[in-house]
Design a protein around this ligand. Sequence first.
Ligand code: PRP
Length: 196
Amino acid sequence: MHDESAPNTTWSGGLSDDISRVILSEETIQRRVAELGAQIAADYQGRDLLVVGVLSGSFLFIADLVRQINLPLALDFISVSSYGDRTRSSGVVRMLKDLNQPIAGRDVLLVEDIIDTGLTLSYLIDNLRTRQPASLAVATLLDKKEARVVKIDTAYIGFECPNEFVVGYGLDYAGRYRNLPYIGVLRPEVYAGGDK
Ligand code: PRP
């Protein structure tokens, strides 16, 4: 049973202790997300905007982003799994959860936490295009340009990302660290310990 009198120091302290360097602070992220939201609201005024989050990594970004878009938008989620090693996708993608609704004739904005090789989005864009949306655009919080193997047209980019393995604000290492409110680099000891 949870003891209300005991501070949960193990969890909150332990999480940040694994980070060697903060790349984007919570304040910096929130400021940029507000700018992107305002830009998207201006661009999509009067249109039938359907914002589609690519799970799981985009969950915090999309939650903050849609609250900064002052339009009566609709929301949906899609989930794919890409085969590959721990830190890099292979381009072979499997649909885990499809959209809940048709997108024909709608203005779809795909929201990602990060574009790395571009293979995941390349698959998703090809797949969604066959459903004939009125338009299909991409918003990503992070753009790791150096890692790209396929070209992706990205309408909205939060930040360029260094070619390092970053975690936080939705991004995970072995399923952990998604709940950090900022983005940082993991200490090498965490990798050395293998998958947690
Ligand atoms: C991450 C991220 C993107 C993809 C980008 O997802 O959320 O979807 O990798 O990599 P790419 O450009 O090389 O394809 P991941 O497969 O790690 O799943 P997650 O969103 O559940 O963390």
